[in-house]
Design a protein around this ligand. Structure first.
Ligand code: BMA
Length: 832
């Protein structure tokens, strides 16, 4: 077999030049522009400077015409006579987005209409020796969606956002391309993976999947299934190796689609463990049949999602890996970029490494995005990040016509075998919030039965059936949130079973303390927004727009109530910041505080609650959002806070509704922490010790243990002048935590007079922070410099200096670093 890639430059032009001329007259005079594939049309236009940067200012609005128009891409492919002598020529497309007609030498070959499917076309009879014209003709997904909508017998609504493309739910395409409450409407078109022409003589391997069965602690029985499309019957040499075992023989392949199975017994293998639990060991699987080789990496592990019933009728939700119950800690993932050509393996690596550095062990791949590129799954496998994998449906009702269901079934029959051997994938989840969505729209509220039937036909009769048939070893979870199988109840507010999306604080505007109102079993979404820091805001807003209510700042806030929620809570919790940059800083503090309060409390509920994944890890353009890492890759204060609140051993304190302070230590490791020293101290804002209590405890493995309760009356009259801090020491492990005893705005903080000393060393820069009075929420900011601090959003006391390391991506001089370095703290944010 020979494989030719049709990557590289294609010629791009509008299908109807006159239709695009009002926006871009260029095409009246030029036949085409170059477009790189894999890639997308927006990026091609941007590279030729035919559109302005859609991420700058309000330019998103002026580029909407691109997605509303039809486009054509052409490439000339030169073939030799020898190449044409193969029996079959198969042209394969993956991630082709979306409504595309393929023609070869002006013969229409076939159509594509699903970004998530793999399409294979037999083009053998259309190819000629010499130059061949390959053409992809794109119909605007928006036009196609509007046409689909006109054919519906009754409306099928979906949620819309400030800049939106209509009826996104009728087209199988990343749902967030149509705009979201954090994302622009960039209705991308293009092909995002290599287009391959396979010249086949004998057979083509369609896919290879494995089934693992645990035999003992270090032995597994492995079945390797290969699905092969055979054109020429025959005996073919086969060789397969996995871990310490291998086999070599001849196999008989008969014409047609054939499944071949090989058995292995693998001994003395190391288990694959999630981050923080052990090593994520992977073993190569190599299968060669004649001249075709498939390689995969296999992780030996067992995984279950336990839903044990408790006495009061509730049910837990516990991910159990290799027999060990894991507290899931992590965040929700959205696509890396709205301009798909900018998605790179390097950025996957960076974002996923940031998860590891923040002590996460799970990431939820959210259903409004896409089945990601291979690199995403490869890194999750390597880094031990479990994936809660939604299937690609979100915040909508969906059609259940035979045609739509068939399309979804084919998508799953490609994606599930493609992905199921990744040990990182922990569960398949039917969709994001579609179950709840049945109660969101006027149409469905009036005719609930009809839409429940549609939901059931799609989610159960197709999605669940196909997923469980193809991957019986993994749990299928009906929806996120959901109470579990066959339960259609609301899981935004009920906390006694299943996974919960707890949005009461953000979307319903309740105080942060409402996180203490619920005792969830597993929280797969909860979030709080912030603005990105000034250096990132400057990537989209000109100087004169640096004000929270300016048109550009409001444009880069896609949640209509977002800015007023942030500002409202400034008033509830903090003294008002005095300038724009301090507002940005304080918004990040507020976000980090909200997520810290929620997560620490829910972790203290272990084993009742066994997971919290905040919304959201990343951004797909620069914007105000719930993310902990902004679009430029800069860690917001939340990402640093997460590293602390997700650490496997965590001392914490919170104030309950009676005003009592409860102090806990959570230990997610399987190891008992013997003779741990815990000190709970109360000090005044000028730094004087008020009281201190010491405890010596053995903290069992996988537990949350209460250390003490401090009654309300100890703090009488002191709440506004004192704070509490906890120190935990056990062997090499040292951790601290702090708690204000009243809302920060009421606390009489004193001027810490922060001092920074910066030195250069072999790895970057060492910053020593010292103060005269206790300093809170101290944040170091290196502006636009690429790099991360070893710690941030910390407190400093006069008795102990804080040393922080900055690791820079680019080479910098000491003076460049110093010029960009800024420090923020809570006292300073509201100082006149
Ligand atoms: C959720 C998600 C997203 C949304 C986020 C913030 O529930 O599933 O659809 O972006 O909330 O509103």
């Amino acid at each position: 077999m020979q494989t030719l890639l049709l990557d590289g430059l294609w010629r791009l032009f509008p299908k109807d030049t006159h239709a695009v001329a009002p926006y871009c007259r260029f095409f009246l005079e030029h036949p085409s522009i170059p477009c790189k594939l894999p890639g997308d049309i927006y990026t091609a236009l941007l590279e030729q400077q035919l559109i302005e940067d859609p991420y700058w200012g309000t330019n998103e609005l002026s580029v909407q015409w691109v997605g509303k128009n039809d486009w054509v891409m052409q490439k000339t492919l030169t073939l030799t006579r020898e190449q044409l002598e193969h029996c079959l020529a198969i042209l394969t497309f993956t991630m082709a987005d979306t409504i595309i007609t393929l023609s070869v030498n002006n013969h229409e070959i076939g159509k594509m209409d699903n970004q998530f499917r793999r399409y294979r076309f037999d083009v053998s009879s259309s190819l000629i020796e010499g130059d061949n014209l390959i053409e992809l003709s794109f119909i605007s997904a928006e036009k196609a969606a509007i046409e689909e909508a006109s054919k519906l017998e009754y409306p099928i609504p979906c949620s819309v956002y400030p800049v939106s493309s209509p009826h996104r739910n009728l087209i199988r395409k990343s749902q967030c391309h149509s705009g979201w409450d954090w994302g622009p409407c960039i209705l991308s078109q293009g092909v995002y993976q290599s287009i391959c022409l396979e010249l086949v003589d004998q057979f083509l391997i369609e896919n290879v999947t494995t089934e693992l069965r645990e035999l003992s602690l270090s032995s597994f029985d492995v079945k390797v299934n290969a699905l092969i499309n055979v054109t020429k019957e025959g005996l073919y040499p086969m060789e397969a190796t996995l871990a310490d075992s291998g086999q070599k023989r001849e196999i008989l392949l008969r014409t047609g689609l054939q499944k071949v199975t090989f058995h292995f017994e693998c001994h003395a293998v190391q288990r694959w463990w999630p981050n923080g639990e052990g090593k994520a060991t992977l073993y190569p699987l190599v299968l060669t049949i004649a001249d075709q080789t498939v390689t995969k990496r296999i992780g030996f592990r067992t995984i279950e999602v336990k839903t044990p019933k408790d006495k009061d009728g509730g049910r837990g939700m516990i991910f159990c890996v290799n027999g060990r119950d894991i507290y899931a800690k992590g965040a929700n993932w959205i696509p890396q970029d709205a301009l798909i050509s900018r998605i790179t393996a390097q950025r996957y690596q960076y974002l996923l490494q940031s998860c590891v550095e923040a002590n996460m062990n799970m990431i939820r791949l959210w259903g409004g995005g896409m089945y990601e590129m291979d690199a995403f799954y490869d890194y999750c496998d390597e880094k031990g990040l479990l994936i809660w994998h939604d299937l690609m449906f979100s915040c909508s009702l969906y059609p259940s016509s035979d045609e739509f269901l068939k399309n979804v079934e084919l998508e799953l029959r490609y994606q599930i075998p493609r992905l199921m051997d990744h040990p990182s994938i922990a569960l398949w989840c039917g969709n994001n919030e579609d179950l709840g969505a049945i109660t969101w729209y006027e149409e469905s509220k009036k005719n609930m039965a009809r839409y429940v039937v549609d939901y059931d036909r799609l989610n159960h009769s197709v999605v669940e059936r196909v997923v469980t048939e193809l991957d019986p070893q993994r749990v299928f979870w009906p929806s996120s949130p959901s109470s579990g199988k066959d339960d259609f109840s609301d899981n935004w507010h009920s906390d006694n079973q299943g996974d919960m999306h707890y949005w009461t604080v953000w979307h319903e505007g309740k105080p942060f303390e409402s996180y203490y109102d619920v005792k969830p079993r597993f929280v797969s979404e909860f979030g709080y927004q912030s603005f990105p820091s000034l250096s990132t805001v400057r990537t989209y807003a000109p100087e004169e727009q640096l004000n929270l209510t300016s048109p550009v700042m409001e444009h880069h806030q896609k949640n209509t109530k977002g800015n007023s929620i942030i500002l409202g809570n400034f008033c509830t919790y903090f003294r008002l910041p005095l300038n724009f940059e301090q507002m940005l800083y304080l918004s990040e503090c507020q976000q980090a505080l909200a997520m810290k309060m929620a997560t620490e409390y829910w972790r203290s509920l272990r084993p009742h609650c066994m997971g919290s994944l905040y919304w959201q890890l990343n951004d797909n353009w620069p914007v105000a959002s719930w993310s902990s890492i902004d679009y430029t890759g800069k860690w917001k204060l939340l990402q640093y806070a997460a590293r602390r609140f997700y650490s496997s051993i965590l001392p914490l304190a919170y104030q309950d509704f009676e005003g009592e302070i409860r102090v806990y230590v959570v230990n997610d490791t399987p190891h008992e922490q013997k003779q741990a020293h815990i000190t709970v101290k109360c000090a005044s804002f000028s730094g004087e010790k008020q009281f201190s209590k010491a405890f010596l405890m053995d903290i069992s493995g996988e537990s949350s243990q209460q250390v003490c309760t401090l009654p309300d009356k100890i703090f009488e009259g002191k709440r506004q002048d004192c704070f509490l801090y906890i120190k935990y020491t056990c062997g090499d492990c040292y951790r601290e935590n702090t708690l204000f005893l009243d809302k920060p705005k009421r606390c009489n903080l004193e001027n810490p007079s922060l001092k920074l000393e910066v030195k250069e060393n072999s790895k970057g820069f060492l910053i020593t922070v010292s103060c005269l009075k206790p300093a809170f929420y101290v944040s170091l900011d290196a502006g636009p410099l690429n790099g991360t601090f070893s710690d941030n959003w910390f407190d400093v006391r006069p008795t102990a200096q804080k040393q922080v390391h900055f690791t820079s991506v680019e080479k910098l001089t000491l003076s460049q670093f110093k010029e960009n370095l800024k420090v923020f703290d809570l006292f300073d944010s509201s100082k006149n």
